[in-house]
Design a protein around this ligand. Structure first.
Ligand code: SF4
Length: 285
């Protein structure tokens, strides 16, 4: 039976601020699940701390809400335990590239088959608007009232150079385009990173919808996502000064699960079940 968007919605209504870019991401993710006909009980969503993490209450899949910056290790553990699950990981630019920056790089190295969605609003917004690793230099925030001193990190260049095999950027208001990108990310075998530019209407007065309209550009069919050098060079900014939207890099490579020892036995979840069943039977002998 064809699933509906409502199959991936709980009875809770989102508490994000009206106009927040998270709504577009939420819609695009559910559209992708519908298009791929993924049953909710076959999906695990692992969340970081942040406004994005509140999505655990209204996206209907299995869910795990991790500690700040620690969503990726939890997602990796779950995927190893049950590689039959579609594992999604959701986090912000703060948790994912600040507290969890180390985990980000090393998960890219594994090339494990997980889709990582970065809700990139260039701020720590749940804590009311402090500078994050992707905030522009000079940006005035609660923690940088005179303007930030540091240059921003570039998540997709880090992802590509650290070994991720799928790197894309989306824009939260382009729901159909973003959904198409998320579909490709889920279908990709390996670690997929989708950095989603997202307006935070309450605290980010620099990267507004008008700002994005002037600064982003959707890649067309002339872009070759298999050219690693071009991807590394242009992932953050194209020669025309625009921020590229779309699949920036993709390669086929052995995943973590393809390794001997990881793939040779039943998934851990089945082994544990088997042991539990056997020990239960033992109690009746
Ligand atoms: Fe969205 Fe910003 Fe409100 Fe958080 S604070 S829900 S990111 S608009």
């Amino acid at each position: 039976m064809q699933p509906q968007i409502s199959d991936y919605s709980t009875t809770y209504r989102p508490t994000w601020c009206p106009g927040c870019g998270n709504y577009g991401i939420w819609a695009a993710v559910r559209r992708a699940f519908v298009a791929l006909k993924l049953p909710p009980h076959k999906i695990l969503s692992v969340y970081d701390i942040g406004c994005s993490g509140n999505g655990s209450n209204w996206l209907k899949t299995y869910a795990f809400h991790s500690l700040h910056g620690r969503s990726l290790p939890a997602a990796v553990g779950a995927k190893i335990a049950n590689r039959e699950l579609t594992v999604m990981c959701f986090g912000g630019d703060g948790g994912g590239l600040g507290e969890g920056g180390n985990h980000f790089m090393h998960t890219c190295r594994t090339n494990i088959d997980i889709t990582y969605i970065i809700h990139d609003n260039q701020l720590y917004s749940l804590t009311t608007g402090q500078a994050s690793p992707t905030s522009n230099a000079g940006m005035k925030t609660k923690s940088t009232p005179e303007g930030g001193l540091l240059e921003p990190l570039h998540p997709l260049q880090i992802a590509i150079s650290s070994g991720a095999t799928f790197a894309a950027r989306g824009y939260a208001d382009d729901i159909q385009g973003l959904s198409d990108t998320i579909i490709k990310a889920i279908q990709h075998r390996g670690f997929s990173v989708v950095d989603i530019l997202q307006p935070c209407v309450t605290f980010n007065m620099l990267n507004t919808r008008d700002w994005y309209k002037q600064h982003i550009k959707t890649l067309d069919s002339t872009w070759n996502p298999h050219d690693k050098n071009a991807a590394l060079l242009n992932a953050s900014l194209m020669p025309d000064g625009k921020i590229p939207i779309g699949v920036i890099y993709q390669e086929e490579r052995k995943t973590f699960e393809d390794n001997k020892g990881v793939n040779s036995a039943d998934p851990l979840i089945r082994q544990v079940k088997k042991q539990r069943v056997e020990s239960l039977i033992d109690t009746f002998r």
